[in-house]
Design a protein around this ligand. Structure first.
Ligand code: HEC
Length: 102
């Protein structure tokens, strides 16, 4: 009985994962919430605001350049955006997440 329930749950989870493959994963959203909102959700900071068209010109530089700038810092943007635990891949995922217009 328990085994059957577990199998059903697993199948449901697998299906959900397949459907949500295009969506940003929870870990990326969590990192964004913790480290990037301080500026990227506060327009007075001068940072390009998340989920707005302010990312269009930035994206023209290419995602790799944006990731490099996030790692090294740029202008008033601190190195790693203060996220010491972020990997290069994490930063890339967060940037692509923030750059989505909603
Ligand atoms: C203390 C404020 C602050 C925090 C925290 C911060 N940013 Fe920024 N960010 C900025 C500012 C200000 C700019 C605009 C810099 C400029 O172009 O002069 C910026 C710009 C950027 C850019 C564009 C770089 C470019 O080449 O145009 C990226 C990418 C970026 N931030 C990523 C992140 C990520 C990812 C995080 C979280 C891990 C983060 N930032 C956290 C202030 C911040």
């Amino acid at each position: 009985m328990i085994t059957m329930l577990t199998r059903t749950t697993l199948a449901a989870l697998t299906l959900l994962t397949a459907i949500g493959a295009q969506a940003t994963d929870d870990y990326t959203q969590e990192l964004y919430d913790i480290y990037c909102t301080a500026c990227h959700a506060v327009s007075a900071s001068g940072a390009p605001q998340a989920f707005t068209s302010e990312w269009e010109d930035r994206l023209d530089k290419g995602i790799n350049t944006l990731v490099t700038h996030a790692i090294n810092g740029i202008g008033n943007m601190p190195p790693m955006g203060t996220c010491a635990e972020c990997s290069e891949e994490d930063l890339k995922n967060i940037i692509l997440y923030m750059a989505q217009e909603q």
